[in-house]
Design a protein around this ligand. Structure first.
Ligand code: FES
Length: 104
């Protein structure tokens, strides 16, 4: 769900950004973060807790909690709530703590 109209702010929602989420071709708009684009698509589960494998999603939305960590372009532990969406990004659900050097 997006805010379509606002009495003060102007939302330009013209430029479509194409990316993949767990292998599925999806779209966001220019200005989205990865998490906001996924939220708009109805995707609420972004990762799992490491110990109990409980679903994690949008929580603080300001980059403080790591609840939205995902694998982006092969790089684990990307805080998707503060990472701007870019054309062609490959976004995957993160199910473990992520090992940086396997992906670099
Ligand atoms: S939702 Fe807390 S860091 Fe992204």
């Amino acid at each position: 769900m997006r805010i379509q109209e606002h009495p003060i702010l102007d939302f330009k929602q013209n430029n479509i950004i194409h990316f993949t989420y767990d292998g599925q071709a999806v779209e966001g708009i220019e200005g989205d973060t990865i998490a906001s684009a996924l939220h708009n698509l109805g995707i609420r589960k972004l990762s799992h807790s490491i110990k109990h494998h409980r679903a994690r999603g949008f929580y603080c939305a300001i980059g403080n909690c790591a609840s939205c960590n995902m694998i982006v372009n092969g790089l684990p532990n990307v805080r998707t709530c503060i990472t701007k969406l870019e054309e062609g990004m490959v976004v995957k659900t993160q199910t473990d703590k992520g090992v940086l050097y396997e992906h670099v």
